[in-house]
Ligand binder design. Structure first.
Ligand code: MG
Length: 171
C-alpha cells in the first residue's frame, strides 16, 4: 500500500568572505553603504551563499561550489539572488517546499540591523516565500578573531524543507 507522509529535512550552511577596498558590500541581495565590500568571484553575498548551502544540504543535493563553480565565468560578478532563485527551483523540481530559513550574520561593521528588513524581503522574494518564513539576525564577534578585527564577514544559516512522500521514500 502506498500512502503519503510528511517528510521534513533540515540543512546547515556557512560562508565567509574577506572585506576588501573597492568592492560593493552586498548581503541578502541588499547593497549596504560601507567603505569596503566582500571579495569573491560573484558579488560575494555571503548571506545568500550560506542560505543556498543550507537549502542544498537539506535536500542532500550537493553544495554551492558544485552547482556554481567559481571557475565558471558565467558566475563572475553574478548577482547571488540568481543563485538562490536557481537553488529554490532545483528543490521545487525535486518536490521540496521551503518551510523556513534562519541566518546569523557576523560582522563587526557596519551596523546591519537597519538593513535586516530589506534583506528578509529580498531573500523571501528570491525563495518565493512569505517574509514571515525568512529570518535574518546580525551580531558582532565582540572584537575576537578575524571577523572581530573587521577582516571579513561570516554567516551561518539553517533551512527546513518538506514534501509529501510515499512510505517507501520515507524509509
Ligand atoms: Mg561565498
Amino acid at each position: 500500500m502506498r500512502y503519503t507522509l510528511g517528510m521534513i529535512r533540515t540543512g546547515i550552511g556557512f560562508d565567509s568572505h574577506r572585506l576588501a577596498e573597492g568592492r560593493r558590500l552586498v548581503l541578502g541581495g541588499v547593497e549596504i553603504p560601507h567603505g569596503r565590500g566582500l571579495l569573491g568571484h560573484s558579488d560575494a553575498d555571503a548571506l545568500a551563499h550560506a542560505l543556498c548551502d543550507a537549502l542544498l544540504g537539506a535536500a542532500a543535493a550537493g553544495d554551492i561550489g558544485q552547482h556554481f563553480p567559481d571557475t565558471d565565468p558565467q558566475w563572475k560578478g553574478a548577482d547571488s539572488m540568481t543563485l538562490l532563485v536557481r537553488v529554490t527551483a532545483l528543490l521545487r523540481e525535486a518536490g521540496w517546499r521551503i518551510v523556513n530559513t534562519d541566518a546569523t550574520v557576523m560582522a563587526e561593521a557596519p551596523k546591519l540591523a537597519p538593513h535586516v528588513p530589506a534583506m528578509r524581503a529580498r531573500l523571501a522574494e528570491a525563495m518565493g516565500l512569505d517574509v514571515s518564513r525568512v529570518s535574518v539576525k546580525a551580531k558582532t564577534n565582540e572584537g575576537m578573531d578575524a571577523v572581530g578585527r573587521g577582516e571579513g564577514i561570516s554567516v551561518m544559516a539553517i533551512a527546513t524543507i518538506g514534501k509529501n512522500a510515499t512510505a517507501e521514500e520515507n524509509t
